[in-house]
Design a protein around this ligand. Structure first.
Ligand SMILES: [Zn+2]
Ligand SMILES: [Zn+2]
Length: 191
């Protein structure tokens, strides 16, 4: 798919087209190319880790067809417009972020547009990759195979009894607990 078609998909999912979606689409296309992969809703060869949620991710999803539902997209919320593209078969991981001065550059690529937002909207679609983004090869600080896990594995939490899939349990003294019961939960039950 070309950028225009991708942006049509992204903006209809999203009810508007905005600069961050375009950055997501451009960065998604670059990530695919660097991994030597094609956008595919079926393949699990590409794993994307986005460093924020929101508009940027909709652009990435439209370009790569990676989704949370398909387990090919994860959010590590650093509040940053950046994402890492991992070729699951080779383990190669490329982190892509907009160049630090991308907003100022946008003005140069749309000199007749005085409104910053609309300048970005135009420029982000046409700026060359090397002006728009930086690429770094990175090493992952986690076990990729453990993150992906295997389908069909499930255990029950010793405390709450709820089912845990994808090997997300914590083993304490030989017993298996969900993260919430193990004390690492994002919530606590109200007394
Ligand atoms: Zn938006
Ligand atoms: Zn539990």
């Amino acid at each position: 798919m070309n950028l225009k078609a991708i942006l049509d998909v992204a903006s209809s999912d999203h009810s508007h087209l905005c600069p961050r979606q375009i950055l997501g689409a451009r960065i998604g296309l670059k990530g695919l190319a660097l991994c030597g992969l094609e956008a595919s809703p079926k393949s699990k060869r590409l794993l994307v880790i986005a460093e924020t949620d929101g508009c940027f991710v909709d652009g990435i999803s439209a370009a790569t067809r990676c989704t949370v539902g398909h387990r090919t997209l994860r959010i590590e919320d650093y509040g940053k417009v950046a994402a890492t593209f991992i070729n699951v078969e080779t383990g190669q991981a490329m982190r892509i972020a907009p160049t630090l001065d991308v907003r100022e550059k946008a003005q140069r690529y749309a000199p007749e547009e005085k409104r910053h937002y609309f300048a970005q909207l135009q420029a982000y679609q046409t700026m060359p990759d090397e002006e728009l983004m930086t690429v770094q090869e990175v090493e992952l600080n986690f076990n990729l195979q453990a993150l992906i896990s295997r389908s069909g594995v499930r255990v029950h939490c010793e405390t709450c009894g709820e089912e845990i899939i994808n090997e997300r349990e914590k083993v304490i003294e030989g017993k298996k607990y969900c993260l919430a019961c193990a004390g690492d939960g994002y919530y606590a039950l109200k007394p």
